[in-house]
Design a binder for this molecule. Sequence first.
Ligand code: TXA
Ligand code: MG
Length: 561
Amino acid sequence: MFDYGSGVDVRHSLLTPHSSLIKMNTYHLTNTQQDIEKAAAILRDGGLVAMPTETVYGLAADALNGEAVRRIFEAKGRPMDNPLIVHVADFSDIERLQLVAEIPKKAIKLAEAFWPGPLTIIMKKGSVIPDEVSAGLDTVAIRIPSHPDAHRLMEVSGLALAAPSANTSGKPSPTTAQHVIDDIDGKIEAVLDGGACSVGVESTVITLVADTPRILRPGIITREEIEAVIGPVDVDKAVLNQLESNEKASSPGMKYKHYAPKARVVLLRGEDEKYISFINRKYARDNSIAAMCYDEDKPQINAPCITIGSMDDEKAQAQALFDALRAVDEIGGVKTVYAHCPAVTGVGMALYNRLIRAAAFEIIDLPTKRIIGLTGQTGAGKSEVARLLKESGLPVVSADEAARKAVEGSEVKAMLCATFGDVLKEDGSLDRRLLAQLAFSSPGRTSVLNAITHPAIARIMFDEAEQLDGDTVVFDASQLFESGEDAFCDRIIGILADPELRLDRITRRDGITCEEAQRRMSAQYHEEFFITFCDDILYNNGSAEELYTSVKELYERLVSG
Ligand code: TXA
Ligand code: MG
């Protein structure tokens, strides 16, 4: 029996059922001959060793030992219905160990082109494969990694190794030995430290058990590269989309939330300038946000940045991605991180696939139009400015009109009823008066109302904006900031006026008392706020002619950029 050295009795823990619950010493091994032999002995004895591969660290066990494999699931907290990849050192091992029922011709072609390397091929399984490995499926995933340490470990041990990524289930895959330690120290016998992984995202997974070969998980070996070798290849729906709850995942791993830091991740899809301005506007008012972006974005971004490499170097981005996702939680106080959304072609598909899962499929499309936000204090004359801008030829989208449409949407109505009780009239339309009474009775209730309606209003406004002619659209929105629409604006114009004037205008316009008017005025942001966060301020303290002249000037500035 191999001597593991001093410390805990590893064998004892191996023989104990649910042994991963017992905290053990995890050996930190390097790639010396002696350490590789030690790791191989642990594996032969049914133990677990985290090993480097060129993609990510894998948590290895003897693939033909069901009991050993079961411990992988315990150490990772991995659902038992998620099958594992079997790693071998050489193509001949697949036949020698009878891992698959048959080797399709396309597998041979793929192996010649891409093995050893970051490609996993799914084939019909051989009868030696334990159910723990295939999670009860009749297929098995096989890969020959190119990392020299993984190779030596398989050669020295003589084993086929079942190995999922060596992270705690749900966390980003580990690309360094330290990541492994951070996640599962004390739950496995050893980590073989082979330095940082060069690829950084997990292997491309392709199934040949289908009429047309199908990519179940994209990696740095791209669809285009594979098609050049074996002809047409499909991409499984789950690669780029969220499956409905009743849809079955071809690759069980694709149905779980994955790669997620504690902070919320949101993907922003759109032009680079829009991405940068969104982040800067958000950060100006909320310092709990951060950006996950390209090197080229960073100099222009005011928020804390986690960069994942140059825009043009997708391989560098792949290498940095998981480390970046882990780094999010290391920046203190970050609640939301906005990631610059990659394209979905080439290696970008792999990046998108991981990021969209880290984001739990939350993605925001940035507007393609130039958006001019028009806002200001009640009674200051914003609507009049909107009218004049429209007359000059700029299309205007009104938040008030969008709000009227939004509250008639069935989803919004259902949410309003769930929150405020039955606020519908007999004909099913919204009883606005009743809703207003209920929702404006306290600031807390008002913000609940806003949380329900603002996203729907914004959606309607952005949809309308995209459909209008021309490349510039004015958003007429008194609640531009409260709704978060400010972050989408290229310029923000604030209309202000002296309080006495506004009081006078509101009481006359709406036929309300001074107290009511004052209550409305004090519920809004103060002048200072608008001065700080708007790009242009227009004071409307004079005559209609004066306002007309200022708006003309404003218009000229807007159309000249
Ligand atoms: O690069 C990699 O592939 C890394 C290194 C360690 O090799 N391994 C890895 O394993 O990422 P894991 O378990 O984290 O991801 C394997 C994925 C899962 O989504 C799993 O559902 C899928 O492959 N998979 C495994 N066997 C399968 C099968 N028979 N049919 C369908 N999907 C399978
Ligand atoms: Mg994994």
